[in-house]
Design a protein around this ligand. Structure first.
Ligand code: ADP
Length: 323
């Protein structure tokens, strides 16, 4: 494990060898990372990896068992009050006053702060003006989530924590929530989010930390993670259910392995080769076309799914469990 010697200028959160144990369970096993000003930082990992425990220690909701962390220069162990005044938090299972309207819920929180933002401004920033007079209980899941973000935002926090912000949302609502989160970062809010969706990381995050069993496997910018662990480009030989005797996967893997940095098989039965070099990938692609017995073959740019697969051996399913 590498512990940063001194925090980078512009770091709003520094985490050093942070640990949390519950009895026999080690939920967070010595993680170190930092979050920089105005970035969107993602803690990525399957269910049970320790994401929520990590962010809840930063939100001063849980006490670390070891190590240290600062948020905006304040120590989580001793300056919880100062931290709580400066951050916004949207928990995974967000609930509020069901029978109050969106506007009333946001206004209620605004009253707690001396320097809150104008309620109407926040509602329009989150694209909620249209629903401002609707009761919370009558909203869709996506609008409820956005109301939660509005309530966290009205206190004008410097750092906003979002725990699994789009879990359970349909693709449209997810996309709209992403747009809103991006807009927050553009206006200068630092965003820390947890997620098990690799697409969410690619869409939103500037940098990401991959958490597995309480340990950080890698932390970097998303393009660097993809370049380093995903390979520059993939050759994907699709599973073939049409043929009685499709080309043997071993033969295909052998051809791929000649020039690929890594090969693997997906749960769907595709055989995949990761390449650093586009030219080599293209040569292999042509060779497979000649010898691959007309199975569908694609050249695909690598992404966070590949990074995760490489580091964790499999990717989280929609519910967040490792397949
Ligand atoms: P994630 O957010 O990545 O799904 P969590 O931080 O919720 O992971 O959990 C990490 C591990 O700690 C899991 O094994 C979980 O069962 C355990 N854990 C979390 N909270 C508690 C708790 N209050 N008591 C005991 N074990 C817990």
């Amino acid at each position: 494990m590498t512990v940063p010697e001194s925090p980078t200028a512009g770091a709003v959160i520094t985490v050093t060898d942070l640990q949390k144990t519950y009895g026999e369970t080690t939920a967070v096993d010595g993680v170190s990372f930092e979050v920089r000003e105005e970035e969107i930082f993602a803690l990525v990992g399957p269910n049970g990896a320790g994401k929520t425990t990590t962010v809840e220690m930063l939100e001063c909701l849980r006490t670390p068992s070891g190590g240290s962390a600062t948020v905006l220069g304040n120590d989580v162990g001793t300056a919880g009050r100062a931290i709580k005044a400066e951050i916004g938090v949207v928990p995974q299972s967000f609930h509020t006053f069901e029978r109050l309207t969106v506007r009333e819920n946001v206004a209620l929180i605004a009253q707690l702060y001396t320097d809150s933002l104008a309620v109407e401004t926040v509602l329009s920033e989150l694209d909620l003006a249209e629903w401002a007079d609707r009761r919370f209980e009558a909203l869709s899941g996506g609008l409820q989530r956005r109301t939660g973000i509005a309530m966290a935002l009205v206190g004008d926090p410097s750092v906003l924590f979002l725990d699994e912000p789009t879990t359970g949302l349909d693709p449209d609502a997810r996309r709209q929530t992403w747009d809103r989160i991006e807009a927050l970062a553009d206006r200068g809010t630092t965003v820390v989010l947890t997620t098990h969706y690799m697409e969410e990381v690619e869409q939103l995050a500037d940098r990401a930390a991959l958490l597995l069993e309480g340990t950080i496997e890698a932390v970097d910018t998303v393009p660097h993670l993809i370049e380093r662990y995903g390979g520059a480009i993939k050759v994907v030989v699709r599973a073939d259910s049409r043929r009685d005797e499709p080309t043997d996967d071993d033969t295909i893997e052998e051809i791929l392995a000649a020039d690929a940095t890594d090969t693997y098989r997906t749960d769907e039965g595709d055989v995949v080769g990761l390449f650093e070099d586009r030219e080599r990938a293209q040569e292999t692609f042509s060779r497979l076309h000649r010898e691959g017995d007309d199975r569908a073959i694609d050249l695909v740019s690598a992404g966070m799914e590949d990074v995760f697969l490489r580091l964790a051996g499999s990717t989280p399913e929609p519910g967040g469990e490792l397949s």
